[in-house]
Write a protein that binds this ligand. Structure first.
Ligand SMILES: C[S@@+](CC[C@H](N)C(=O)[O-])C[C@H]1O[C@@H](n2cnc3c(N)ncnc32)[C@H](O)[C@@H]1O
Length: 397
């Protein structure tokens, strides 16, 4: 597998500009050195470095291209590597704001903590929708580059927003993480023909090109996977132990309130379905999705779908309650999206079409409505959450 970027499209990958190619080549050299020191590195470390190595990783080097379709409507050209719900439409934030208000009332606080806030657009639109100067909005962002973008985007709310550099000791209020779990590094594994479990590592071939190799998994990892799925020969998939630890840890600091974890994924049975034999790992390069995580390090996003059963179990083990689980479409409809949209004037056809098109993408089964799920975990909240009033699927976890 080749990592040195080519000027011509590789495996139908899009054309990349020279500066980005140069950046990716530098990131590749850094990763080659790391591998030379250690012989091979677990895939989890590869993904961590390719996304978060200071100054080089996709999220930590100014290379994060969050496509804002609202701008795109103006430029008519595809922007970014991928588009997230808050980038797609402000109605996502406005609807989430209604659910946040319920949590604020139930918890008796006005605080919000967002993880991985991207361009800052979700924070901006939530604060605009809530329109309450007493609300404190905290952001924990790993990427210095994205933090700078967020500061610019949120300059109109300077008195309300604070950036944290580490997890809080204690927090009461509403926690939000949109597409954060899928950006946490995963371990890659494969069941061997003899029924043992291998973990995938990244090493260098004779030409110093990156390649994946199988190494025997630790007994601990093998046991964990065996509890989740049968040993199907050749079956390759992922497990997100970092996300599980992160959620478990939330039980220590979330004293009262609700965390809404929004992401693409499924319950465990579906995640490790025998037919999903290649797992869910995916790479995004300039709006092109493909499956090779070893190419274009530093300029492409690498993600895996979320095993929501594992996340719910980690919450319970950490002392939190699982308060709801449903599709993004159900969550938005339950939280009053239609009521909000009824304020639009259908006679103003141009504006109506402009606003409704992206909302349809948020709701459509074929787009984000069904693949994306919302998991609510929390502590000390007694009343049922509006976002799960119909179609709560906790029984499927
Ligand atoms: C796919 S982007 C999503 C950005 C934004 N939430 C959105 O929906 O547009 C993933 C974000 O998660 C952040 N991230 C990943 N792990 C994190 C962690 N442990 N704590 C805080 N942020 C994290 C990344 O830096 C990045 O900003």
């Amino acid at each position: 597998m080749s990592t040195m970027p080519h000027h011509t499209p590789n495996n139908n990958l899009p054309e990349i500009d020279p500066d980005s190619l140069e950046h990716s080549a530098r990131t590749a050299v850094y990763l080659q050195q790391l591998i030379k020191q250690q012989g091979s590195i677990p895939f989890r470390l590869w993904m961590h470095e390719a996304l978060y190595a200071p100054g080089l990783g996709y999220y930590t080097s100014g290379n994060t291209k969050l496509g804002n379709e609202r701008d795109q409507a103006v430029t008519q050209s595809p922007a970014g590597d991928f588009t997230t719900a808050p980038e797609l439409s402000p109605w996502f934030a406005r609807t989430l704001a209604r659910q946040i208000t319920q949590v604020h009332k139930a918890s008796g606080t006005l605080d919000i903590l967002e993880f991985g806030a991207g361009s800052g657009i979700l924070a901006h639109d939530i604060l605009a929708a809530l329109d309450n100067p007493d609300i404190n909005y905290f952001i924990l962002e790993l990427s210095p580059d994205l933090r700078a973008r967020q500061q610019e985007k949120l300059s109109g709310f300077k008195n309300q927003v604070q950036w944290l550099s580490r997890l809080p000791e204690r927090f009461e209020g509403c926690v939000i993480a949109n597409e954060v779990l899928d950006a946490m590094p995963v371990e890659l594994f494969q069941w061997e023909d003899n029924g043992t479990l291998a973990e995938k590592y990244v090493t260098l071939d004779n030409n110093s090109q990156f390649m994946l190799v199988n190494q025997p998994a630790t007994a601990k990892l093998a046991e964990k996977i065996a509890r989740r799925m049968p040993a199907l020969p050749g079956y390759t998939s992922e497990i997100n132990l970092q996300a599980e630890a992160w959620i478990h840890e939330m039980g220590r600091w979330l004293a009262k309130g609700v965390a809404f974890l929004i992401d693409y994924g499924f319950p465990q049975k579906e995640y490790y379905h025998p037919q999903r034999a290649q797992g869910t790992l995916m790479c995004h390069l300039r709006h092109h999705a493909h499956g090779n995580p070893l190419v274009y390090p530093g300029i492409q996003d690498i993600t895996a779908h979320v095993d929501f059963t594992a996340m719910a179990d980690a919450a319970l083990e950490g002392g939190l309650e699982v308060l709801g689980y449903t599709s993004q479409a159900n969550f938005l409809l339950n939280s009053g999206l239609m009521k909000l949209l009824s304020t639009l004037d259908p006679q103003d056809t141009a504006r109506y079409a402009r606003e409704i098109g992206p909302v349809q993408k948020l709701l459509s089964e074929a787009e984000m409505g069904e693949l994306f799920k919302v998991l609510a975990i929390g502590f000390g909240i007694d009343e049922p959450l509006m976002g799960f009033s119909r179609g709560d699927r906790r029984h499927m976890l």
